[in-house]
Write a protein that binds this ligand. Structure first.
Ligand code: NDP
Ligand code: MG
Length: 395
């Protein structure tokens, strides 16, 4: 069997580690060509020793020198910075790229992989939220293959007809139902949310994830971003996407067909399942995840999301309706607000206020290329920083 050669962007993170776990189970199938991290050099060093990639990429030149010294003899060349990320995402010897950098920083290297016609395993939802139209046009133009890693979108992909051509109507689809756990604060009295700490927000009941997406799950902005992600991945109109709270995270999402059928993907909540699915697609491989034991699950519950408790979800629908630069502004403002919350400078309930004020402050404009997307991102960040500063002063 010819091995699939991989670049893993964001290898040192939660998705990166799960990817390497699956890859490590199948040495006959996969070969790691490049691994990238940013600040966690010790993790990257251990990964390089284990998987012996040709390249490793870190955030800056000083860190690259450090890592190169510790890796002497391993045979890994250490590079640094955003250009190096794009370089390893588009190497001719690479077949597939796992896009698992968190946030807007993941867009340029993921787009570089798209432009080199790679098979893209997309975890970095922010890239699609920011640049949906531009991104999908490049996927089509460059003949890249896009496979969703986000558990909901991977479930939808598995529940759509094989070879889905981007037309929901002719495929008989009425609606896509995205499930959401509701995060750690689903039942917390709303008046107590003002005081919640970053560690409380990051303590997700079902999934172990990086800190940014954990906060996004607590505000449900994660689901908002996923609605926009679904819009682009499946060419869905906003009214064809519905969010259902399902606290057990066993049903990872569903597709409703016009004949009354509802097709879903179920499993234990472990990201190695969608990762293994996309790595081997259209084949199936062992992911290390145990099969679902229905006698242990016992109950599957569903609730309608409460937009009063989760205003970020409504903000995402608002940005999707506004279109153009609005989703990029939404994403940028969310990143600024979440990082201020994680730093302890912004109260939890202010996250939505920062995003809402930023959307007000940067009117939507058309975006035709990456430059326009990055300009919207910069404007969204600037607007959000001003609002954060105002809230911090008025505390
Ligand atoms: P983590 O925070 O665990 O990992 C993020 C990765 O990105 C790390 O490798 C980190 O490097 C790297 N990184 C951070 N900032 C930069 C930067 N400026 N330039 C280059 N690399 C950078 O996040 P997750 O793994 O949880 O999430 C990754 C992506 O996958 C996100 O977009 C998230 O929304 C998505 N996702 C995650 C899921 C999950 O279960 N975790 C589920 C569905 C989607 P370092 O740590 O070395 O600093
Ligand atoms: Mg998800």
């Amino acid at each position: 069997m010819t091995k699939q050669r991989l670049t893993i962007l964001g290898a040192t993170g939660s998705i990166g580690a799960s990817t390497l776990d699956v890859v490590g189970r199948h040495p006959d199938r996969f070969e790691v060509v490049a691994l990238t991290g940013h600040r966690r050099l010790d993790v990257l060093e251990a990964q390089c020793r284990r998987h012996r990639p040709r390249y490793a990429v870190v955030g800056d030149a000083a860190d690259a020198r450090h890592l190169a010294t510790s890796l002497s003899g391993v045979g890994t060349e250490v590079l640094a910075g955003p250009q190096a990320l794009e370089h390893v995402a588009s190497l001719p010897e690479v077949d597939a790229v796992m896009a698992a950098i968190v946030g807007a920083a993941g867009l340029p290297p993921t787009l570089a992989a798209v432009r080199s016609g790679k098979r893209i395993l997309l975890a970095n939802k922010e890239a699609l939220v920011m640049a949906g139209a531009v991104f999908m046009a490049e996927v089509a133009r460059c003949g890249a293959t896009l496979l969703p890693i986000d558990s909901e979108h991977n479930a939808v992909f598995q529940s759509l007809p094989f070879g889905f051509d981007g037309n929901l109507r002719s495929s008989g689809v009425r609606k896509i139902l995205l499930t959401a756990s509701g995060g750690p604060f689903r039942t917390t009295p709303i008046d107590r949310l003002a005081e919640v700490s970053p560690d409380q927000a990051c303590a997700h009941p079902n999934w172990v994830m990086g800190r940014k997406i954990s906060v996004d799950s607590a505000t449900m902005m994660n689901k908002g971003l996923e609605v926009i992600e679904a819009r682009w991945l499946f060419n869905a109109a906003p009214e064809q996407i519905e969010v259902v709270i399902h606290p057990q995270s066993i049903i990872h999402s569903l597709v409703q067909y016009v004949d009354g059928s509802v097709v879903a993907e179920l499993g234990n909540p472990d990201m190695r399942t969608p990762i293994a699915h996309a790595l081997a697609y259209p084949e199936r491989i062992d992911s290390g995840v145990a099969s679902l034991d229905l006698f242990e699950v016992l109950q599957l519950n569903f609730e309608r999301p409460d937009l009063h408790r989760f205003p970020c979800l409504a903000l995402a629908y608002r940005a999707l309706a506004a279109g153009g630069s609005a989703p990029a502004v939404l994403n940028a403002a969310n990143e600024v607000a979440v990082s201020a919350f994680l730093d302890g400078t912004l109260p939890f309930l202010r996250i939505a206020d920062v995003i809402s004020a930023s959307l007000d402050g940067v009117p939507s404009r058309p975006v035709a290329d990456l430059e326009a997307v990055l300009a919207a991102d910069a404007d969204g960040r600037a607007a959000a920083r001003q609002v954060v500063e105002r809230f911090t002063k008025s505390r």
